[in-house]
Design a protein around this ligand. Sequence first.
Ligand code: FAD
Length: 621
Amino acid sequence: MNYPDRFDVIVVGGGHAGTEACLAAARMGAKTLLLSHNIETLGQMSCNPAIGGIGKSHLVKEIDALGGAMALATDAGGIQFRILNARKGPAVRATRAQADRVLYKAAIRETLENQPNLWIFQQAVDDLIVESDEVRGVVTQMGLKFFANQVVLTAGTFLGGVIHIGMQNHSGGRAGDPPAQALSQRLREYPLRVDRLKTGTPPRIDAKSVDYSELQEQWGDEPRPVMSVRGNRQMQPKQVCCWITHTNEQTHEIIRSGLDRSPMYSGVIEGVGPRYCPSIEDKIHRFADKPSHQIFIEPEGLTTHELYPNGISTSLPFDVQMNLVRSIKGFENAHIMRPGYAIEYDYFNPQDLKYSLETKVIGGLYFAGQINGTTGYEEAGAQGLLAGLNAARRSRELEAWCPRRDQAYLGVLVDDLITLGTSEPYRMFTSRAEYRLLLREDNADERLTQLGFEMGLVGEAQWQSYCEKREAVDRERARLKDTWVQAGTDEADKLQGKVKSPLTREYSLFDLLKRPELKYIDIASLKGDVNVSEAVAEQIEIDAKYSGYISRQQEEIDRLRAYENTRFPEAFDFNAVDGLSNEVKQKLSDARPETLARAQRIPGVTPAAVSLLLVYMKKRG
Ligand code: FAD
């Protein structure tokens, strides 16, 4: 049967990529359908219910700056908020929130159900409708056909998913959910490069069975951070404590004795796991000389006793899991509520995607999230937003959009994926961005909100409040630049004890703020009353202290902009460029970079090769 209505965009999968994708497309005015296995699992966190962290919160705030849902849902569900790297520079500072998984999911569901232009339907998608290399719709498990010329696939870990606990394994998309087998088979018929990855999760512990007496408490930060520019502290629920414990020699011995029944070490699992989130058996093996590993014990919510022991992800047999857990301080009598497991799944080589996240081989088919080889909710959400946005733009015959590497972590993420591909689960870090002083989490709105508003992604209320903030920053910056403090006056005396060297002449308040030892609050009210928000004060302080470095990065970006703007035509023949080595020709032909800047980032493409390409493109005009 054919479903009677046509859609502009169909999104398959209601995880983190899928929800941001369908919301973005619908915000842009596209008639959008979200199809997912189970409405109850929309926005479900498969692993730890935590959002943000280093590099990741930057993505969350960029999604937020473009009108997305993740940050606001984190404020609605966050039960502990912290600033990581608080003592380091602003480029690497990151917000992290532990969330109540039920509250988070409810916030996402409410956003989805109240989004105009968005329809939701519960059903597995088993097949794509493709005509002459163009997608035309999807077919569900019960044979129902939905039609749209743009389809965004966000199937997460579900394609050909196999769950492993010890030497036992079974098909599954994640614990308790079915895999997507039919769709996995169908996708393998297209000329898309597919491979296997794996990820894992720890056993969950019943809080009632934990002895907290010797565990180290860890509370959230005060003043409490807020994740969304549209959020506030009042909307955040009750805050809770987390704890810290450690593995010990006995734990490690138990793990070593179980390795012969580990699916990873006996060769049953072939997929590569996440380097930066390894299983405990991986850690014991790789860091054999470390006597102990830290475990963060994190509550899964306010209405459950389930605890997430962050740091002991494992797929060892259940009897080994049981023993290793009980060898840990505080867990001596622990009851495991859910066993840990690993999952292997299909992912597609992201080098087969355009920067819009549309596949190169099937027009109108977009991939976003874990199926592109990434790991993490934030990486998935960011890609989802981009794919949804571009699917909506394509439906209106508008050119695709993707931020540049100097504009957003989202630009870094997509550029890394499509230029370099990935052979292991890719997660974001600040170290992946060469312009990280410009791409701070505090200025995501400055970088993206205007663009988002112009594209139709950002609503009127968010735009207005962004404009008010921008005006307040400009006003206060101007005031600080125009307000002077003379050495030897009362105002200068107030700084005694705070400044490293005494004032010897007249300084503007803005110049004083450039001194590392002075903070905005130290100088703001030296002359006159001020009343600006924390966000405005933060912007001004960073601006004053880092403006020299920021403008140097900006100059470098401007110099390289010519490379970004040099685009290769769609069917460009790299073999026709005289002087390139066969190796470089091969690398370029395989990766098919869209711009000279992307070509430059392919390993093995030398500066000399880039010059040859530049000369060739200039000659072509
Ligand atoms: P998912 O969140 O997996 O969502 C996929 C959605 O698509 C689901 O709603 C599913 O029902 C739906 N779907 C799939 N196929 C179909 C179909 N054919 N028809 C209809 N609907 C379909 N990330 C980390 O950063 N660190 C970790 O330690 C970590 N550990 C993990 C451990 C496990 C066991 C799992 C399963 C995941 C783990 N992750 C981890 C990954 C994290 O969960 C994902 O990165 C993130 O959820 C990806 O989002 P997504 O939207 O791409 O996919």
